[in-house]
Design a protein around this ligand. Structure first.
Ligand code: URA
Length: 427
């Protein structure tokens, strides 16, 4: 067996690693034989030099094999999931999971925490008082069976390698690598035991993939890995050149998701929900997917599923309607300095601002402030008058509010004409 230094050096100089060496790295870090610093060196080498197709498949396999795989084949409906490569204000999972369950699908969703500047479904769900994101596997399976949808984080048994590597990538700036993203996403989804998977690959200045070409390469990789494991995979490409919906943060995103389930969701967010939902129901072979999705929002069935899921996870539903819950102690409005149209939003910086405000982690064990967030009063293409509010930032720590307020400076660009147009659904 070659030494760890040799493996890291091989990758640093652009070499191709063998399956054995990749397994050694993944298993070694998971079991604690390889330290955070050593793993960081390897992650940096992969981040800079990439991995071949074969290496990525080996890496994903090692991640899947680091834990157990669930089996839902006894359920009387199609078992599927949706996953996003990450964005700002991307709360689609909170709406789509229950919506798909209301269409008689089963959705065992293992989601992640915030990663880099992007928000994490698990951090958002934990803002619901009592909501347990760490059920045992038996409890998770039971919620999926009885409610139809359960969203929680990986347990120790499921992809422990991804759980540990994900947390390290978050604080070492080694997220935006197609191979690392592929291993991370697909290992979790394969371990869930789903039959089908819809992937929302985000593209734009707030996504890890800045160009459609880069996103398509990732899509090919994700699909190939999924299909090797017998999954039906549909890849969707959606815009992340501005935050999705009206809020980015934690509790504020949960509240916005509930509004979506009540039929009051913003157009852009609902367009993505319906687009991904349609792909999911098509994979499941369900007829008239669009009609079903829309009617289950209108008739309240999707909201009912969300409530059932929260209840099954120990969450307090009353909290959802309590205006005092996670009420931010500090707020600041950001005003337009001129008349015009919103031409551009620096989505990466807006996501980083949410982290600065306390909505994400700068260090691995940082505590999250659930009251944190940004509410966007204007989005790209909207007209604005000088002095009108562009956005409001909020959190419960005055120092963090100051840092966040510096970070959002200049993130919204106003132009004299309304020429910029970013299509929401790219492919
Ligand atoms: N989502 C994941 O689960 N992992 C990544 O690496 C990126 C997005």
């Amino acid at each position: 067996m070659v030494s760890l230094e040799t493996i890291v050096h091989q990758k640093q100089s652009g070499g191709i690693l063998s399956n054995t060496n990749i397994q050694y790295i993944v298993n070694g870090y998971t079991s604690g034989v390889i330290s955070d610093d050593e793993m960081t060196a390897w992650l940096n080498a992969v981040f800079q030099n990439g991995m071949s197709h074969e290496e990525t498949l080996d890496y994903t396999r090692a991640m899947v094999n680091s834990g157990v795989t669930l089996d839902f084949s006894h359920l009387p409906g199609y078992v599927l999931d949706k996953h996003s490569t990450g964005g700002v204000g991307d709360k689609v999972s909170l709406v789509l999971g229950p919506l798909l369950a209301s269409c008689r699908c089963y959705v065992p969703m293992l989601a992640g925490r915030g990663l880099g500047h992007t928000g994490g479904t698990i951090d958002k769900l934990e803002s619901i008082p009592g909501y347990k994101t760490a059920l045992s596997l038996t409890e998770f399976q039971k919620v999926v069976e009885t409610v139809g949808v359960s969203i929680m984080e990986q347990t120790k048994e499921i992809c422990p390698a991804d759980r540990k590597i994900y947390a390290l990538r978050d604080v070492t700036n080694t997220v935006a690598s197609n191979s690392l993203i592929c291993g991370s996403i697909m290992s979790k989804k394969i371990a869930e035991g789903v039959q089908g998977l819809v992937l929302d690959i985000k593209v734009g200045n707030g996504a890890f993939m800045k160009s459609l070409e880069q996103a398509k390469n990732l899509g090919i990789l994700l699909k190939e890995v999924g299909e090797l494991y017998g999954l039906k995979v549909s890849t969707c490409f959606t815009d992340m050149n501005q935050p999705l919906g009206q809020t980015a943060g934690l509790w504020c995103e949960v509240r916005e998701s509930v509004e979506c389930l009540k039929g009051n969701g913003p157009d852009d967010l609902m367009a993505v929900v319906y687009h991904l939902g349609k792909s999911a129901l098509e994979i499941a072979g369900i007829e008239n997917p669009e009609e079903k999705l829309k009617s289950n929002i209108e008739n309240g069935k999707a909201l009912e599923k969300f409530n059932e899921m929260v209840f099954a996870h120990g969450g307090n539903l009353d909290g959802l309607n309590n205006p005092r819950l996670h009420k931010p102690k500090f707020r600041k409005e950001i005003f337009a300095k001129e008349d015009g149209f919103i031409g551009k939003m620096d989505t990466l910086q807006l996501g980083q601002a949410v982290v600065q405000l306390g909505g994400g982690r700068i260090q691995k064990n940082d505590k999250i402030d659930y009251s944190t967030g940004i509410r966007f009063h204007k989005k790209i293409g909207d007209s604005v008058n000088k002095g009108e509010p562009l956005m409001e930032i909020f959190c419960s720590d005055s120092e963090r509010l100051k840092m966040g307020s510096k970070k959002v400076k200049g993130t919204i660009q106003i132009r004299g004409d309304k020429t910029i147009n970013y299509p929401l659904i790219l492919a």
